[in-house]
Design a binder for this molecule. Sequence first.
Ligand code: GRG
Length: 299
Amino acid sequence: MQYFAQKLKVFSDEFNSKLKDLFPLPEGNEKKVVEAMYYSVANGGKRLRPYLVTKTAELFDVSADRAFITAAALECLHTYSLIHDDLPAMDNDDLRRGKPTCHKQFDEATAILAGDGLLTYAFELISSKKNEFSENVKCRLVNLLAQGAGSFGGMVAGQMLDLDSEKNENVLFPEMIIKRIEEMKTGRLLRFACEAGAVMGNASQDKYNSLVMYAKKIGIAFQIADDVLDVEGKEEEMGKTLGKDCEQNKLTFVKLYGLDKAKQMAKDYIYEAKDALAIFGAEANDLYDLADFIIERKN
Ligand code: GRG
């Protein structure tokens, strides 16, 4: 665990230094939105999604350098979702990644625009000349990312369902609803990360399917771990306000199954995630380690 955390730190230091170059400040007063975008994206995330893009790409001999633009695009899109999730109309949070949320540091309108800017920039980056893949590969990446992030079974749909679950006390099949929320809200971007590696690497269908299966399993384990951390985590380690799920009456794995069962479920999903990687053998060691980290992390 300590070893993996170290590895992730080395990766994210390098990723962060390259990310800076993607945010040149414009001359005019519109630079405020770019400042807000960069404030949030540079603001200390774990970089799990870029790491996943990179490590799945490396399985197909695509170098970290070549995978970088896609990895950065995904982190931009993920950061947009965090900025908007923190807004008063949604989770209404003051703290994110250990720092004031975007709307607290700037203002609400700027935070909305910064989220919009990052969402749009993600697609600009993937389709740009900086991304050195064929037009065909870039088009597939754009399409997969749009599906993963969007309103038809993607992250936006998951967020809608999540907000709705706060209002509806007595949902009929909570076990089914919570899995659907997770699959879309959290799972789809993690799935895109793995799909992107496979698409850039021109993977066989078998290998593509294995990575999608791995992504689905770590996705659900990730969400369960997040729900557990909301109850058991430490605010100074998590860098955000905890206990909000309960306060907002959210439908969570912990609420539904209790702490012990939820933790056991997360372990089982991680076991299944690793199983899905059998086709890659030892070449997927980094992905095995990442799977373990997902449920052992403290933030
Ligand atoms: C606003 C369209 C829209 C979607 C919001 C991101 C999100 C969807 C909601 C955030 C609420 C939440 C706790 C989701 C659980 C999973 C998640 C995305 C956690 C944050 O991801 P990490 O832990 O964050 O990878 P860092 O900061 O390390 O990048």
